[in-house]
Design a protein around this ligand. Structure first.
Ligand SMILES: *Cc1c(COP(=O)(O)O)cnc(C)c1O
Length: 351
């Protein structure tokens, strides 16, 4: 575990930020919230967050006692907008703002650090799928601080995978110590629990797998870039360039088909899903219909109007993309062939 942290530290933090390891991405988000904000209080019971995310974002805040308040995302970045959030009427009741890096697209860490400083609100960034983007950032600007805690997932589906695992990345050494404390029952330097905590430690077994993943990391990054460049090229040939979103815009573990701004996206999505089913091509709405639609939050009306979230949930369909080493052009061709049959211009002609 120490060996894994020592090697992951410069990769994601450059010279300016450091990591602690965790049992999962969810454990990392939970520990980051406890470290920067502590558990919910009566005067600050809310966690402001987007609904266009994986359920773990909201569950982590819930485990710290917060009630999620869902805020709509920006139509271009698909993420919370720090400028718009400054004037949010619930901000004074929020103990924490959990920002999400959708599909690994990294939000502006500096802008969120400024938001936290100006508003006095604690901020956590759930950058579960952003290992590649964070490594690129640390490489390009090794002295750039990470002013708010950033949680990374090392789950099998994510770019740097060790089975189950996570990291908290942050420039604040004391803050990271509190995150490590939260991940270790609230213990720090003794067997006396002085803060809220749980068993969120990364196991030595997963750390060993993580070390092996780090051995192959540079090669994987290069292979993922080549793979997505080939997919993008093949998509262009099929007239799909405008509706396929891949790496490096988003993490290499995703390939998204964007239905586009059509009048009835839900109907188009259903038709595409049926067509993909017919072709034996798996597909997934990675963020479902938005977290606010999950049954666990069905009884809650603690949210803003979410038109962009609703539209994105109907528009963005995940299609299969392999890990770089396991990928063949024939696999990509099968997916693209199916998508080509649903090309918007062809659909118009079918009317
Ligand atoms: C994967 C993911 C998580 C959860 O990470 P785990 O390691 O599976 O706990 C949380 N948030 C987002 C946005 C994710 O994509």
């Amino acid at each position: 575990m120490w060996a894994f942290e020592r090697r992951a530290d410069p990769l994601f933090g450059g010279r300016a930020a450091h990591v602690v390891s965790a049992a999962s991405g969810t454990a990392a988000i939970t520990a980051a919230i406890l470290a920067v904000a502590g558990p919910a209080t009566a005067s600050a019971p809310l966690a402001l967050m987007p609904s266009h995310t994986f359920i773990a974002t909201a569950q982590a805040a819930g485990l710290c006692g917060y009630r999620p308040w869902f805020v709509d995302v920006d139509a271009t970045s698909w993420a919370l907008d720090p400028q718009r959030l400054r004037g949010h009427p619930r901000l004074d009741r929020a103990g924490v703002v959990v920002v999400v890096a959708p599909y690994g697209r990294l939000p502006d860490i500096e802008a969120w650090t400024a938001f936290a400083a100006e508003t006095g609100r604690a901020v956590v960034i759930d950058a579960a799928a952003s290992a590649e983007a964070l490594a690129r950032r640390a490489d390009a600007a090794p002295d750039a601080p990470v002013g708010v805690p950033v949680a990374i997932s090392l789950h099998a589906t994510k770019p740097l995978a060790c089975g189950e695992g996570g990291l908290v990345l942050w420039s604040d050494r004391d803050g990271l110590e509190r995150a490590a404390q939260a991940l270790n029952f609230g213990f720090l330097g003794s067997r006396s629990a002085r803060a809220s905590g749980f068993n969120g430690k990364m196991s030595e077994y997963h750390a060993a797998v993580g070390l092996a993943a780090l051995d192959g990391w540079a090669e994987r990054v290069a292979a993922a870039e080549r793979m997505h460049a080939r997919i993008a090229e093949a998509a262009r040939h099929r007239g799909l360039a405008g509706c396929l979103i891949g790496h490096p815009d988003i993490a290499s573990c995703y390939l998204l088909h964007d239905i586009g701004d059509v009048s009835d996206p839900a109907a188009r999505t259903r038709a595409l899903a049926e067509l993909l089913d017919g072709c034996g091509v798996e597909h997934r709405l990675w963020y479902g219909g938005g977290v606010h639609r999950e049954p666990v939050f069905a009884g809650s009306d603690e949210r803003d109007a979410l038109p962009v979230t609703e539209a994105l949930a109907a528009r963005l369909i995940g299609v299969p993309v392999h890990a770089p080493g396991a990928h063949s052009d024939a696999d990509a061709a099968r997916v693209l062939d199916a998508l080509e049959r649903m090309r918007p211009d062809r659909m118009e002609r079918m009317r």
